[in-house]
Ligand binder design. Structure first.
Ligand code: KG4
Ligand code: ZN
Length: 358
């Protein structure tokens, strides 16, 4: 079985061809990061137009790279949500058109489901497993009971984790998207130099025994820290950034402290999520971590250490398949087609499509 998958829900246009023997036959990706960088975030209309500009050539290029012909493809998968409506329409309509023209099944892919199942392309993971989905728009713990069965255990009550990285980066004058940038600078900073809040976590005044997250307060704390340091540092000769008067080392220390705090929050919430999962489903074997923030090496290392101590294996996708890509969509298409979950060509786009609606 061979599936072509298209991702266009945010700021990456990506196409991939994957088979059911765990082979990636080809994958191509065009990033729009440069286009949106001067705006400090994704501009939906610009994103949609940019998807439209490259989608045809990207499909042609991916098929050529795979060395198979269009007729060899058994189904076409396109992301129908969640995401930005303009971009979703471009990718989904392209996948539907290919399915129609080739008389092959169309597979409507939920972007979060694609993130969730990506690690199963690389590792043998049995259901049920616990999923920690950490991306630019989502932070969720989900019990994954099967290809199409998801139970939400907890989620962010305000900002998503990737959003926290991106907003803090913006305050620091770093380019969008901020996560990878903060990770790089953090390697030269002291993670214990600043104390940032860990809302809802063990030991805090608003501790919650569930596995929800809260990240909005972090952004405010970073802003306040920047203001304090800027005022104190106003006379300092080492001034490096005229926007906020922080020295390079101060920026690195904030990055390291922020990344450390976010990791602490994730570890604390993961402990609760494991307890909630195990109450219902017995001993957890695999914690699957997916989505763009799963590329964070500091988070990977600390989370892995934490769950390994509990006899649980942490599974992360390879770094290049943490952030949005076409492979995850094509692989999700394989899993859906194997389960007989074919979709109608008039399946609507749903910018707010949740995993629980599957
Ligand atoms: O999954 P993704 O590519 O897109 C969404 O579905 O949202 O995730 C993008 C998010 C951005 O917020 C970005 O800053 C974050 O993932 N990210 C990272 C890293 N690489 C990407 N966050 C922390 N550390 C990283 N290395
Ligand atoms: Zn994503």
């Amino acid at each position: 079985m061979i599936i072509l998958g298209i991702e266009s829900s945010c700021d990456e246009t990506a196409v991939a061809i994957v088979d059911d023997k765990f082979n990636i036959l080809a994958h191509c990706l065009v990033s729009q990061i440069k286009l949106h960088q001067s705006f400090g975030g994704v501009v939906p209309e610009l994103a949609a137009r940019a998807h439209l500009e490259v989608i045809d050539s990207l499909i042609t290029q991916t098929i050529a790279k795979s060395k198979i012909s269009l007729n060899d493809i058994d189904g076409f998968a396109g992301v129908c949500g969640p995401g930005l409506i303009g971009g979703l329409m471009v990718g989904a309509v392209a996948a539907k058109t290919l399915a129609l023209v080739c008389s092959k099944p169309f597979l409507a892919i939920n972007h979060l489901q694609a993130h969730a199942l990506t690690p199963t392309l690389f590792e043998n993971i049995k259901y049920p497993f616990l999923l920690l989905l950490v991306s630019g728009g989502h932070s969720q713990f989900v019990a994954v009971l099967g290809v199409n069965k998801y139970i939400l255990l907890g989620e962010t009550i305000d900002d998503a984790i990737g959003e926290a990285f991106d907003k803090a980066a913006r305050l620091l004058g770093l380019p969008y998207p901020g996560g990878a940038e903060i990770q790089n600078l953090a390697t030269q900073g002291d993670p214990l130099s600043f104390k940032f809040p860990k809302p809802l976590c063990t030991g805090t005044h608003n501790y919650q025994k569930n596995c929800n997250f809260s990240f909005a307060g972090l952004k405010t704390a970073v802003r306040q820290q920047i203001i304090n340091l800027s005022v104190n540092n106003f006379q300092a000769k080492e001034r490096a950034n005229t926007a906020h008067n922080l020295s390079e080392q101060m920026i690195k220390d904030i990055c390291a402290s922020l990344q450390h705090t976010i990791t602490d929050i994730v570890v604390d919430r993961t402990l609760h999520a494991i307890q909630i999962f195990e109450k219902e489903h017995g001993h957890l074997e695999h914690l699957v971590v997916s989505g763009g923030v799963a590329a964070n090496l500091y988070l990977r290392m600390n989370l892995e250490k934490f769950v390994n101590n509990k006899g649980i294996t942490a599974v992360f996708p390879p770094l290049e398949f943490c952030t949005d890509n076409g492979v995850m969509v094509a692989w999700c298409g394989i899993k859906k087609l194997q389960a007989g979950l074919i979709d109608e060509l008039n399946t609507p786009i749903n910018p707010r499509w949740s995993l629980e609606e599957l």
